[in-house]
Design a binder for this molecule. Structure first.
Ligand code: NAD
Length: 425
C-alpha cells in the first residue's frame, strides 16, 4: 500500500492507494477472469515527460508531467489534465483509474486516462502557462488524437488551456482538430453546458437519491464544501431551482454558515467581488474543516480529495453525501459512514456529468453539428438518471453500498469488453 507520511500526522492516502483500495474491495466478490483482474490493477500505459520552459525573467525551468492511460479496452482514453504543485505520478494514476470506472458506469464509449504537470498555475504568468501547456502537449502528442486520447480540464486548467492544447495539436497536424480536447471555449468547438455539467449532474443524482430515501429537497439543509466551478453550480441549483437551504459553503480560505440558509445569489456576487466567500455578511464565519460537521441533511464535498477521514467521519451530521469531488472520502471514512447508515453517492457516478458532456462535445466536434444548451442538459439528465437507477437497483438487490454497486457495474462492463475482444496474441 502506498502512502506518503509527514511526522506526527496519520499517513496521507494517495489517489492511487484510494482507487486501488475501492477497486480491490469491489472486485473481490466478482467472477472476473484473473488475467483481467490483474490487468485492471495496473495502468495500461504511462508516459513520463520532463521538459524545459523559458520563464518571463529569461531563466529556464524544468517541469515534470505525465499522461496515463489506465485502460482503453472500451474506447479512446478520456480524462482531464491537472496542474497542481506537488502533483505526483501516483495521483495521476489513481485519477486515471477512476476515469475508467466513471466512463463505464455511465456507459460512455471511452477508456480512462489522466494527465498533469507538477506546477502551481497561480504562481505562473499567462505567457508562462501558455508555454508550459504547449510544450507539455508536444511531449505527450504521441498519445493524443480524437480516436486515441482526448484530454479535458481538471483542477488548475480551464477552457483557455484546452484551446492552447487544441491549437498546438492542430498546428502539428496542419489542420484544425477540435475533437482532440473537450472543455474548449464554445467559439472553437466547445459545447454549450460543459461548464456547469458536473454540478448539474451532481444535482440530478441527488434528486434521484432524495426521492428514494424520502428526503424532500425543498427546505432541506445542504452544506457544500468548495465553491469553485462545481460547488457554486450545485449551491446555485439547490438554492435557486430546488428551494433547498444551503446552510454552509466554504473555499480554501474559510467558510460561512447560517442555519436558515445563505442567499447564494448574493454570495456569488460577493465572491466575484472579493475572490472568496470569507467575510460574507449573510452568515457567521466557520473554518473549512468545521463546515463538514455542521447540522445538515445533505453534504456535498466539492473541493479536494481526502477532506473526510477517520478523524472527522464520526462527526458528519448529514444523512446523505454526494461526492462531487474526486475521492473526498478516504476508505476509512467511507467504512465509518457506511456503518452509520449514511448514503454516499460515489464520485465515479456523482461527478460523471462533466465527462458525459465532454462526450457530447466530442460527438458534436466529430459531426460538426452543434446542440443547444437545452439539448445538452436534457441528454445529460437522461444519462445520469439512467446510471443512478442502475446503480441503486444493483445496490438494493445485492445489499451493498452505492459505491460497491457502481464499481461492480463499471468493472463488469470493462471485463465484458475484454472477454468479447479476446486476449491477443
Ligand atoms: P475549482 O478549482 O473550480 O474549485 C475548487 C474549490 O475548492 C475552490 O472554491 C477552492 O477554493 C476550494 N478548495 C480548495 N482546497 C480547499 C480546501 N482545502 N478546503 C476547502 N476548500 C478548498 O475546481 P472544480 O472544477 O470545482 O473541481 C472541484 C472538485 O470536483 C475536484 O475534486 C475535481 O477533481 C472534481 N471534478 C471536477 C469536474 C469539473 O468538471 N470541473 C469534473 C469531475 C470532478
Amino acid at each position: 500500500m502506498t502512502t506518503s507520511k509527514s511526522p506526527g500526522r496519520p499517513a496521507k492516502r494517495t489517489m492511487w492507494d484510494i482507487a486501488s483500495h475501492f477497486y480491490a474491495d469491489a472486485v473481490a466478490d466478482m467472477a472476473v477472469h484473473p488475467g483481467v483482474r490483474d490487468q485492471l490493477r495496473e495502468p495500461q500505459r504511462v508516459l513520463n515527460v520532463s521538459f524545459p520552459v523559458k520563464m518571463d525573467d529569461g531563466s529556464v525551468r524544468m517541469f515534470t508531467g505525465w499522461r496515463v492511460h489506465h485502460n482503453i479496452v472500451r474506447g479512446p482514453a478520456k480524462g482531464g489534465i491537472r496542474y497542481a504543485p506537488g502533483l505526483t505520478l501516483e495521483d495521476v494514476q489513481g485519477l486515471a483509474m477512476m476515469m475508467t470506472w466513471k466512463t463505464a458506469v455511465v456507459g460512455l464509449p471511452f477508456g480512462g486516462a489522466k494527465g498533469g504537470v507538477a506546477c502551481d498555475p497561480h504562481r505562473l504568468s499567462h505567457d508562462e502557462l501558455e508555454r508550459i501547456t504547449r510544450r507539455y502537449t508536444l511531449e505527450i502528442i504521441p498519445l493524443l488524437g480524437p480516436e486515441r486520447d482526448i484530454p479535458a480540464p481538471d483542477m488548475g486548467t480551464d477552457e483557455r488551456v484546452m484551446a492552447w492544447i487544441m491549437d498546438t495539436y492542430s498546428l502539428v497536424k496542419g489542420y484544425s482538430v477540435p475533437a482532440v480536447v473537450t472543455g474548449k471555449p464554445v467559439a472553437v468547438g466547445g459545447s454549450h453546458g460543459r461548464r456547469r455539467a458536473t454540478g448539474r449532474g451532481v444535482v440530478f443524482v441527488l434528486r434521484e437519491l432524495a426521492e428514494r430515501v424520502g428526503l424532500d429537497l425543498r427546505g432541506a439543509r445542504v452544506a457544500v464544501h468548495g465553491f469553485g466551478k462545481v460547488g457554486s453550480t450545485v449551491a446555485y441549483m439547490l438554492y435557486h431551482v430546488l428551494g433547498s437551504r444551503v446552510v454552509a459553503v466554504c473555499d480554501s480560505r474559510g467558510g460561512v454558515y447560517h442555519p436558515d440558509g445563505l442567499d447564494i445569489l448574493d454570495l456569488q456576487r460577493y465572491k466575484a467581488e472579493t475572490g472568496s466567500v470569507v467575510g460574507f455578511p449573510g452568515g457567521e464565519a466557520v473554518s473549512s474543516p468545521e463546515m463538514l460537521t455542521v447540522p445538515c441533511d445533505v453534504l456535498v464535498p466539492a473541493s479536494v480529495e481526502c477532506v473526510i477521514t477517520e478523524e472527522n467521519a464520526d462527526r458528519v451530521q448529514a444523512r446523505v453525501i454526494v461526492e462531487a469531488a474526486n475521492a473526498p472520502l478516504t476508505p476509512e471514512a467511507d467504512h465509518i459512514l457506511r456503518e452509520r447508515g449514511v448514503a454516499v453517492v460515489p464520485d465515479v457516478l456523482a461527478n460523471a456529468g462533466g465527462v458525459t458532456v465532454s462526450y457530447f462535445e466530442w460527438v458534436q466536434d466529430l459531426q460538426s453539428f452543434f446542440w443547444t444548451e437545452e439539448e445538452v442538459t436534457q441528454q445529460l439528465k437522461r444519462v445520469m438518471t439512467r446510471a443512478f437507477d442502475r446503480v441503486y437497483t444493483l445496490a438494493s438487490e445485492a445489499n451493498v453500498s452505492l459505491r460497491t454497486a457502481a464499481y461492480r457495474l463499471a468493472i463488469s462492463r470493462v471485463a465484458t469488453a475484454y472477454e468479447l475482444r479476446g486476449f491477443y496474441p
